[in-house]
Design a protein around this ligand. Structure first.
Ligand code: GLC
Length: 507
């Protein structure tokens, strides 16, 4: 068994956010310590050992700030507090101390594009300029959710209209105003002062919009990705650098090409990483995956660094989209690609979307199935809560839970532990170059450094791959394969993925 401790003994050459995986916690659904059916910060603290045993480097907490919860916390009413549902600032301080004591970094979600309409700024007449307001809608911009509508709503108090890229209850901040930028930088400093190690920046590409509020045109949107975004990101980075070299910003970016996204990271002065969803949206084929991965690594070049993500709280779960066998192969890819793997809570258990009966639907955008509570144990409440859970518990929870999987070497949890342990033990997986191999139809294969090889069979049928000459040893397999393999005729089982080490004398 590879232990994280082995890797810590190795000289540190990379910043922490490149070294290991970052695990996303959606606090409402992680662990409920209070019995009200909603997860909370003490609940997270109580489960830190699960994250240590899993072998991740850091946790990213989705929003826990005071909020009316119209968008489950992505509508922030106070950037510098903790919602009573989740605990208190003292609970936050206790959590960060406990995480750091275990060698885990802590990243918080920062939602700078919009506040809640319940944020005191929104009703403050002295801060009307904090939002984008006009007498009448100046354009036909639309909201981003699936059931979209006009992005302008009338403020009943003032009589004017304001911009909201999401729900009417989420008014967009006016980032063209220096006072807004200053006020938002202050919220970053608030959390940096409390010791956070980085930020995930919500819909970051929306912080730059055409100040003239022009209409969107084919091939040119005016409501996002405006050039003003780039100086704004450099200023945000400068705030992080006031707190040292190792504070990290990863931004959520949905744009239509990877080269548009690369502009946010490749120069080394803006975001450290970008969540790019092209891989998540790619069709499950070796060719499609290779195209996305190769293009992204190429665009990032030497100065950029990839973040890889195959799931989050906004997308149907990996194991539902791909099926259980392919989700295992995808886990191998996620952890062995050059870059930082992001793991959405529960994907390490291979959780599926949970069916939500119509009377239990709570999200405005159909995202409840992937947000169902984590099953920790068998039994009522699945170890998540002693109360009535805010979303239904997975009907499979008695079979598919963390406790059962921890003792089963064939489980998804055991596979993730082996993969993350291997990554911690092998510098080549953390920093080595990635080179492509022409392995044959349906097989994606690449090297990490001179020794390690990864092969993924995207077909649900056996395939024979050619990875070169000589022999190799199986380090991690999606199935139960161990021992040696021939590289010139490597037979792969359906949906199988392998991490291999070339025999020394043949390198
Ligand atoms: C991001 C979040 C999503 C939220 C939206 C609006 O896309 O990930 O959950 O609804 O921003 O804040």
């Amino acid at each position: 068994m590879y232990r994280l401790a082995d890797a810590r003994a190795v000289a540190v050459t990379q910043p922490w956010w490149q070294r290991g995986a970052i695990y996303q916690i959606y606090p409402r659904s992680f662990a409920d310590s209070g019995g009200d059916g909603v997860g909370d910060l003490p609940g997270v603290l109580g489960k830190l050992d699960h994250l240590v045993d899993l072998g991740v480097q850091a946790l990213w907490l989705s929003p826990f700030y005071p909020s009316p919860m119209k968008d489950f916390g992505y509508d922030v009413a106070d950037y510098c507090g903790v919602d009573g549902l989740f605990g208190t600032l003292d609970d936050f301080d206790a959590l960060i101390a406990a995480a750091h004591a275990r060698g885990l970094k802590l990243v918080v979600d920062w939602v700078p594009n919009h506040t809640s309409d319940q944020h005191p700024w929104f009703s403050d007449p002295g801060r009307a300029h904090f939002y984008v307001r006009r007498e009448e809608p100046p354009n036909h911009w639309r909201t981003q959710f699936t059931h979209d509508g006009p992005a302008w709503s009338r403020d009943p108090g003032r009589g004017d209209v304001y911009l909201h890229s999401f729900l009417p209850a989420q008014p967009d901040l006016n980032w063209d105003e220096p006072e807004v930028r200053e006020a938002m930088h202050a919220t970053l400093r608030f959390w940096l002062d409390r010791g956070v190690d980085g930020f995930r920046i919500d819909v970051v590409y929306r912080l730059g919009k055409d100040p003239a509020l022009g209409e969107n045109e084919p091939g040119r949107r005016h409501d996002q990705d405006w050039p003003s975004i780039h100086p704004r990101l450099r200023a945000i980075r400068a705030v992080l650098e006031e707190f040292g070299e190792e504070k990290m910003a990863v931004g959520e970016i949905y744009l239509s090409t990877q080269s548009d996204i690369a502009r946010y990271v490749a120069g080394g002065q803006e975001l450290h990483m970008a969540h790019n969803f092209f891989l998540l949206e790619a069709q499950w084929s070796a060719a499609a995956y290779r195209e996305v991965i190769a293009e992204w690594l190429e665009l990032l070049g030497e100065r950029g660094w990839a973040a890889w993500c195959l799931g989050n709280h906004d997308h149907s779960r990996l194991a539902t989209r791909l099926g259980p066998a392919r989700a295992r192969a995808a886990a191998v890819l996620l952890v062995t690609l050059r870059g930082t793997p992001f793991i959405f809570q529960g994907d390490e258990l291979g959780l599926q979307d949970v069916p939500i009966p119509p009377d239990r639907v709570v999200d405005v955008d159909g995202r409840d199935p992937e947000r169902a509570p984590i099953p920790w144990t068998a039994g009522l409440g699945a170890g998540f809560t002693t109360g009535e859970p805010w979303l239904p518990i997975d009907p499979e929870a008695d079979r598919v839970n963390a406790a059962v999987q921890a003792d089963d070497p064939g489980s998804m949890l055991s596979l993730y532990r082996r993969l993350l342990g291997l990554r911690a033990a092998e510098p080549a997986l953390r920093e080595g170059p990635q080179g492509w191999l022409q392995a044959g139809e349906d097989v994606l294969a690449f090297s990490r450094g001179p020794e390690l090889l990864v092969a993924v069979n995207f077909a649900s049928e056996p395939r024979t791959a050619r990875l070169g000459n000589g022999h190799a040893e199986v380090l991690v397999a999606t199935g139960d394969r161990t021992g040696g393999v021939d590289l010139d005729a490597l037979s792969l089982a359906p949906d199988e993925a392998l991490v291999l080490r070339r025999d020394e004398r043949e390198r």
